[in-house]
Design a protein around this ligand. Structure first.
Ligand code: AMP
Ligand code: TRP
Length: 349
């Protein structure tokens, strides 16, 4: 390796394209998770590349989780993936704790990541809040475990919402430092794939806040388990201004709430925001909100129905996750073994 080429600029030409992404099974999944992640995960599995999707239960416990609720949330998240179109016969779907290699590589990468890098992670600052001294050590190390999730499969593409961009960039830095420190070209530099009209779905109550499963106000989000009436009601009550929709998307610049609803409409209907604005230009929310509610109900009600159906048979969900974990392990183990070897561990059993 020449020392003039920064490892982070390494092309991934030597690596087979592979998609990996994860979602925390910590409570209700939202419309944000669906548009920013799940819907796109399902689309990726038809691109002729391997797709691996993980319920990151080990990330979830970085903040306290009631054990019974975590178990249920993990099964429910698996049901949400399947109901959103992730097909366990096309994609590998599993929960993180069933593949021990994640925790093992996580430790190895804790020793590569630098404190200075971790200190810049905005999600830690947001989640730890003012009382960071009381946060778990796991919450702080979380991005290195996420890097392990991704690098364990020599992943080249990571579809995520906008809020995860910094973590995927950190993963690239960790991969580059590992390759540099050990003089290898072992880990690829994974690309964050942040695309579509709704990479950051905002709260329905406050256009400056991300829609989140942890927001105390249930009216701020649409849960994938909400029924048709609830979805329609939440959209009708969403905070907006009183202006009609503008002629072009430039007119949405200082109208965060209006822009959010337009983006949601665009993402749900696989159109661009410009297209949606062109159609509804000059119309008020009295017209736009019912149209959006109809669209959201048409897309989301079947998903919650299918989730309910799948949740009737938790043993079948567990079987799917177990099978996925075995498939994931078969890819991850050899890569972990090679990592140990590169780092100088004696492996003799
Ligand atoms: P989390 O629920 O934090 O585990 O996020 C799982 C995935 O959903 C990640 O790819 C996030 O970027 C994405 N996501 C979560 N909330 C939103 C949102 N409000 N808008 C777009 N994507 C989101
Ligand atoms: N940190 C991600 C989130 O909070 C979840 C996650 C964990 C993830 N490991 C990952 C996402 C690997 C993509 C790839 O949303």
């Amino acid at each position: 390796m020449t020392d003039t080429t920064p490892t982070s600029a390494l092309p991934n030409a030597n690596f087979t394209r592979r998609v990996f992404s994860g979602i925390q099974p910590s409570g209700n999944l939202t419309l944000g998770n669906y548009l920013g992640a799940l819907k796109r995960f399902a689309q990726k599995q038809d691109e002729g590349i391997e797709t691996i999707y993980c319920l990151v239960d080990m990330h979830a416990i970085t903040v306290w989780q009631d054990p019974e609720k975590l178990r249920r949330a993990t099964r429910e998240a698996a049901a949400a993936f399947i109901a959103s179109g992730v097909d366990p016969s096309k994609s590998i779907l599993f929960n993180q704790s069933q593949v021990g290699a994640h925790a093992e590589l996580g430790w190895l990468l804790n020793c590569v990541a630098r404190l200075g890098w971790m200190n810049r992670m905005t999600q830690f600052k947001d989640k730890a809040g003012k009382n960071a001294e009381k946060a778990s050590l796991g919450l702080y190390a979380y991005p290195a475990l996420m890097a392990a999730d991704i690098l364990l499969y020599h992943t080249t593409e990571v579809p995520v919402g906008d809020d995860q961009k910094q973590h995927v960039e950190l993963t690239r830095d960790i991969a580059a430092k590992f390759n540099h420190d050990y003089g290898v070209e072992f880990f690829p530099a994974p690309e964050p794939v942040i695309e579509g009209a709704a990479t950051r779905v905002m709260s329905l109550r406050d256009g400056s806040k991300k829609m989140s499963k942890s927001d105390p106000s249930d009216a701020s989000r649409i849960n994938l388990t909400d029924d048709a009436d609830t979805i329609a009601k939440k959209i009708r009550k969403a905070t907006t201004d009183a202006e009609p929709l503008p002629e072009t998307i430039d007119g949405l610049k200082d109208r965060a709430e209006a822009k959010n609803l337009v983006n949601i409409y665009a993402a749900l209907s696989d159109r661009t925001a410009a297209d949606v604005v062109a159609e509804y230009a000059g119309q008020g929310f009295g017209t736009f909100k019912p149209a959006l509610a109809d669209l959201a109900v048409a897309q989301l009600a079947p998903i919650s129905g299918e989730m309910n159906r799948l949740m009737q048979d938790p043993a079948e969900i567990d079987r799917i996750l177990g099978k996925g974990a075995a498939q994931a392990d078969a890819i991850a183990r050899p890569i972990l073994e090679k990592t140990y070897e590169i780092m100088g561990m004696v492996r003799s059993r």
